[in-house]
Design a protein around this ligand. Structure first.
Ligand SMILES: [Zn+2]
Ligand SMILES: [Zn+2]
Length: 270
């Protein structure tokens, strides 16, 4: 992992990349093989906040994994146990944490920062500590999973008595079809999210496939939401916001009839 001074300008990811952070983002906790400051016994509140943020504010997940260069073994990534994760632990070393301070400054830290603070008594800059603790407090039910299971194309009646045909309500272990992501389908779905949304709710949810990654909010910026889309025959389709992440990150392919209905509803040419 590249080493950066605390509060230097963030540059680890190319700004042309889709997942790149806001322009004014500062580095925190990109340590090499030495601590940048005198070690200090960590505040347990900060340690648990960082472990929580490694799930709830996890961004820029990579396939590879970095270990800790301060540890003699230099393992490839570190796993810490936490009751707050559905898997019982969270992996550090393959993603970043992004938090925003009250003055709008964004801080990007490797998830390993939780280990640096807990094990090596690294002391992050005060402004970052403040932002991280505040963000963790507001993280909400970050360990929740998407409601379900609702089998693909299965129908169910919700508590308001409305019958729906479910698409994209994956839960862990549920098989799904895959295909290369279809950018036109994603665009069409984005458009439907402004015209056909049926409910919205706050909160951060874990992906049913990668489990350790919080699902990004829907295109309208809410934590979670769903659209209801009329169908030629049968109960209308009901689709969660997770479909964007499933398509783009996991090559999820929705049922063909649903895709055709989306294109018809948005007037897209097939
Ligand atoms: Zn270490
Ligand atoms: Zn995922």
């Amino acid at each position: 992992m590249t080493e950066y001074a605390d509060l230097s300008r963030y540059e680890y990811w190319d700004s042309a990349d889709e997942e790149s952070p806001p322009a004014k983002t500062l580095n925190v906790g990109w340590l090499g093989d030495a601590l940048p400051s005198v070690p200090e016994e960590p505040d347990p509140v900060l340690v648990s906040a960082l472990v929580r943020l490694a799930q709830s504010h996890r961004v820029r997940q990579t396939r590879g994994s970095h270990g800790c260069r301060l540890c003699p073994t230099r393992d490839r990534g570190i796993r810490v146990e936490t009751e707050e994760s559905p898997t019982g632990s969270v992996h550090l070393g393959s993603a970043e944490i992004e938090v925003r301070g009250t003055d709008g400054t964004v801080y990007a830290a490797p998830t390993l920062i939780a280990h640096y603070v807990a094990a090596h008594h690294y002391r992050p800059p005060g402004a970052f500590v403040e932002a991280a603790v505040a963000a963790a407090e507001g993280a909400g039910p970050y360990h929740s999973l998407v409601p379900g299971p609702f089998p693909e194309m299965g129908t169910a009646t919700d508590r308001h008595g409305d019958e729906h045909t479910h698409v994209g309500w994956l839960t862990p272990g549920m098989p799904f079809d895959t295909a290369a992501p279809d950018a036109r389908l994603v665009d069409a779905l984005r458009a439907l999210w402004t015209t056909h949304w049926s409910w919205r709710s706050g909160g951060t949810y874990l992906c049913p496939v990668c489990l350790e990654r919080a699902i990004p909010p829907d295109p309208a910026g809410f934590g979670m939401s769903a659209i209801t889309l009329p169908r030629d025959r049968g109960a209308p389709f009901h689709v969660p916001w997770t479909i964007f992440h499933l398509i783009e990150a996991h090559r999820y392919r929705p049922p063909a009839e649903f895709t055709a209905t989306v294109f018809a509803a948005t007037g897209s040419l097939r």
